[in-house]
Design a protein. Sequence first.
Length: 367
Amino acid sequence: MSTKFWNCAAIFLIVVTLLIVLKFFATKTIFYGVFYFFLTLFFIYIFVKEKDLAKISDARREKYVSKIVKKYDIKNENKIKNIKKVFYYIETIGTALILVVIIQRFYIGNFKIPTGSMIPTIQIGDRVFADMVSYKFTTPKRNSIVVFKEPIQNKVLYNKRIMGLPGEKVKIEDDILYVNGEATNFRRYSNLGIGDREWIIPKKNDKLEIIPEENYNETYKSASFNIGEIQKELKTNSLSIFTFMPNLKFTVNGEETAPVLDFVHDKNILKKLIAGETVEVILDEDYYFALGDNTDNSFDSRYWGFVKESRIRGRALVRFWPLNRIGLIKEPQQNEVINTLVQTIKNLKVNIDKKFLEKTNDNKINK
């Protein structure tokens, strides 16, 4: 292999080693800053060196085709051309797919909305672009629509609106969301799932306790349940923990709160809970309270608890499908401003019409 290849391999190994070191010893901002610097540099290099890289690729492809032709003694020119085409398409499509996956994972995500939980803001079947960079350097703000990996099956991507921040207390009463005891007026929220309870949202360094009511091992054995199957079910659907472990409690700094399902996926923690042992964890991340705009038909934090910060992938920004509704996904503040302006204009028109009628009536009386 050429010296150039070994130089590239050495640079790649150095970059990977540096990122591994930063992942364990540097802050999140520094790690992602360095990561995106090298990733963006890689794309710039591909763009600048496009022609040179194409020539190298063509030469390599010709070399491989020549080996195949020589090995199988292919004389037919059409067959040789077809082999070249096959290699060209494989290389082109393969490279394009790799680049698309990298861009979607780390820069601009492309998501299809499967449910109506965010109606009317986002409709079923809408396709949206999400910013996958911002939350590597900042934290979600209230009212931001985020895309995250749900904690139930640990594989499906949800999109909801962040309505509660780390350390805050949330409650829904009379269709109003209360944050730290103060009423909000963003939109109507049903208390389905949460009921009349007030929940504290966990933050980094809080003490989480998961308290089982009893030793479930004994219960399952006496009822001839297969504990292995129960563990398997809990790994794939952590919300079923409340079926297998009734009255399981979650507390943060001694206050009872919503489920924190991330830890149910941990095999060792699961074993302790089934055995009736209380699990204590010092949290290493912040958590968020996520709600759907379509409050009566949204499976969200009211039912399954909080969203861990590292689960949040990006922020929904632009709707690009269907074409008749293409545009920015507006935050409620913008909608409220527009509604206020519209209402002001309507009121102004009513006042003008009223004054005009009064003036007209006065003129009629004077006549």
